[in-house]
Design a protein around this ligand. Structure first.
Ligand SMILES: *Cc1c(COP(=O)(O)O)cnc(C)c1O
Length: 236
């Protein structure tokens, strides 16, 4: 599954270009570019490629498949990177995620959150969690519905070994920028509408290679970027 091709030759250049795009998008809406974290999505790419990306200054890495991620996390342990699980999480795979990741972006069911909280090692800091919202109401996509979000957020916020940080979305690709923007704005609005006593939500995980500038303009604080950094992924 892991792409055994060499480290992409233009990686350093790609990192610079993506950082530049982030900075320009942030500047357009009067935000500091430091308020946007670039999460490098390394699925299908080798540990060597991720090591090269870390050498370019990237610190946050996203993985979608538990089995693929664990050996990479182990290989790169000495670099002290921050690992984000961004895939669909099944109940029988929560333990390694609770043990080896720092963030989980795709939580959309209480049962998954409960397991992550129970399985988070006692010596580790609480696991950072974003709730995935099915903002466009797509039948085929994961994510909690906007209607069910407040109840789920309140229940997850009460779990002892998790820190609820905010929301994540993967809206449908839209030809029209105004429609794309609408989904990101709607996700931001949903986060603002949540009122959880004693909890500050500070994270909007939204935007990928094709749409992260619009996401930043609508408030994204984490953009999840794979292709624009590493090139196209081999078919899985
Ligand atoms: C693969 C993936 C990304 C990165 O997508 P690109 O279009 O390659 O930037 C972002 N988020 C999630 C949840 C992904 O699965």
């Amino acid at each position: 599954m892991t792409n055994m091709l060499m480290v992409p030759q233009n990686l350093a250049e790609n990192v610079r270009a993506v950082r530049e795009r982030i900075a320009r998008a942030a500047a357009r809406c009067g935000r500091d570019s430091d308020s946007v974290t670039l999460l490098a999505v390394g699925k299908t790419h080798s540990a060597d490629t991720l090591r090269a990306a870390a050498a370019c200054g990237l610190e946050h890495f996203g993985e979608s498949y538990v089995k693929e991620a664990l050996p990479k996390i182990e290989t790169l342990r000495g670099l002290e990177l921050t690992w984000h699980f961004i895939g669909q999480l099944q109940a029988n795979k929560t333990r390694p995620v609770a043990e080896h990741f720092h963030w989980v972006h795709g939580v959309d069911r209480l049962r998954i959150a409960q397991r992550l909280s129970e399985q988070r090692p006692v010596h580790a800091p609480p696991l950072n969690v974003c709730l995935q919202v099915n903002v466009a109401g797509e039948a085929t996509k994961g994510g909690v519905t906007p209607e069910a979000l407040p109840e789920l957020a309140a229940a997850v916020a009460a779990l002892p070994r998790l820190t609820l940080r905010g929301l994540m979305c993967i809206p449908p690709p839209e030809e029209d920028e105004a429609r794309q923007r609408h989904w990101f704005a709607e996700t931001a609005r949903l986060m603002r509408s949540l009122h959880l006593p004693g909890i500050t939500l500070d994270t909007l995980s939204m935007g990928m290679s094709n749409d992260f500038e619009v996401a930043i303009e609508e408030g994204a604080t984490i953009v999840r970027v794979g292709t624009a950094l590493f090139g196209p992924r081999a078919a899985k």
